[in-house]
Design a protein around this ligand. Structure first.
Ligand code: CAA
Length: 380
């Protein structure tokens, strides 16, 4: 087992860190308060190759491995978790899904601009009555000549307002339950496509989340991704990789919480010395460091398995389950160390708590991750 990163992986980590500190940090607080989508920053991230990190250069991607992606996701999310999810959805759920399953036509027309960051993608699976129970899709897609006509509503769509291309799961054959679900690439602006207002969220407020509506929305038949009836498998398969991305996002937030706790506890004095001199604080700091390292090991293991073309379904679920749990715990401990200062905006740690909570919910709740893990064990 080798714990060293390659020179290229270290370079990517360094470049993500410096980009995050120089280009993302200055506006992060204002964007969080006012829920402003970081359009210009996303464009720059595209130019640097962060929006299509794992896409092959044949489709204008950066051609990097999943380990590099995890390292970059951690650095970006450490400074602004909203940018973490924007990046993760485009890379894991949209680009990876298209490169793995879409036709050459779709790859040439849509994957290339997505990988270059010229266009942004979104992934529309959840519905008002199909969240964790994702097979219960009510959105329909009826074949009419050279088109599929989509009707229905999706919710909680990340990049919902800002995306250009949407991967939409819809039922093409009700009789076949989940084997009757298909995936379509829908362009924003198609007649009958609409989106709701931006959700007013607890955290990751700079990312835009909204519902999407389809009213007799005609999508060219050539925009069917993979084949009819494969839409649920497509969604599950892309979410496996997505869960690695969200685990990395959670780790980034946890690292930010630890850094803040280290800094504050060595500055703040109480009872005549820095509070870092007290064991009560040291124990919290030590626990945070152990949890972060364990979460990183799980996440890098899942990434390494994916890069080696081995099964990573269970490992990705374990990584997301654990990283999201400790992300919330680290944010809470960091607030505790900051005392009253942790409860106000000035010290950022309150944002880390708000941002961390979503990692236990989206791309499969913690309860769903436990189901995935338990099923893989019980099968044996
Ligand atoms: N990887 C690959 N395939 C999988 C899979 C996985 N992790 N989980 C299930 N499948 C496949 C099965 O192999 C089966 O395929 P076949 O029919 O070809 O044999 C098919 O999917 C159905 O599987 P199940 O019978 O196990 O389905 P189920 O209904 O019992 O359970 C579930 C499935 C695990 C609960 C699943 O519904 C699930 O993961 N739910 C959570 C959905 C989710 O993660 N939503 C996130 C929304 S997207 C989002 O958050 C993005 C964003 O914007 C940030």
């Amino acid at each position: 087992m080798n714990f060293d990163f390659t020179e290229e992986q270290k370079m990517i980590q360094e470049s993500a860190k410096s980009f995050a500190e120089n280009e993302i940090a200055p506006t992060a607080v204002e964007r969080d308060i006012n829920a402003i989508f970081p359009t210009e920053i996303v464009k720059k991230m595209g130019e640097l190759g962060f929006m299509g990190m794992m896409v092959s250069p044949d489709y204008s991607g950066a051609g990097m491995d999943t380990i590099s992606y995890v390292l970059a996701m951690i650095e970006i999310s450490k400074v602004d978790a909203s940018l973490g999810v924007i990046m993760s959805v485009n890379n894991s759920l949209v680009c990876w899904g298209l490169e793995t399953y879409a036709s050459d036509f779709i790859k040439e027309k849509y994957l290339v601009p997505l990988a270059l960051g010229e266009k942004l993608g979104a992934f529309a699976l959840s519905e008002p009555e199909a969240g964790s129970d994702a097979t219960k899709q009510k959105t329909t897609a009826d074949k009419e000549g050279e088109f599929y006509v989509l009707n229905g509503i999706k919710n909680w769509t990340s990049n919902g307002q800002s995306a250009d291309y949407y991967l939409v799961m819809a039922t093409t054959d009700k009789e076949k339950a989940h084997k009757g679900i298909s995936t379509f690439l829908v362009e924003k602006g198609t007649e009958g496509f609409g989106h709701g207002v931006k959700e007013d969220k607890l955290g990751i407020r700079s990312s835009d989340t909204c519902s999407i509506t389809f009213e007799s929305c005609k999508v060219p038949a050539e925009n069917l991704v993979w084949e009819e009836g494969k839409g649920f498998n497509f969604a599950m398969s892309t979410l496996n990789g997505g869960r690695i991305g969200i685990a990395a996002q959670a780790i980034g937030i946890a690292e930010a919480s630890l850094d803040a706790a280290l800094k504050y506890s060595q500055e703040r004095k109480a009872f005549g010395r820095e509070i870092s001199k007290f064991q009560a604080i040291q124990f919290m700091i030590a626990d945070m460091a152990v949890k972060i390292d364990a979460a990183k090991m799980l996440t890098l293991k899942a990434a390494a398995l994916k890069d080696a073309d081995k099964s990573y379904v269970t490992e990705a679920a374990m990584a997301k389950l654990y990283a999201s749990k400790i992300s919330v715990e680290c944010a809470l401990d960091s607030i505790q160390i900051h005392g009253g200062y942790g409860y106000v905006r000035e010290y950022l740690v309150e944002r880390y708590l708000r941002d961390s909570k979503i990692t236990e919910i989206y791309e499969g709740t913690s309860e769903i991750q436990r189901i995935v893990i338990a099923r893989s064990l019980l099968k044996k």
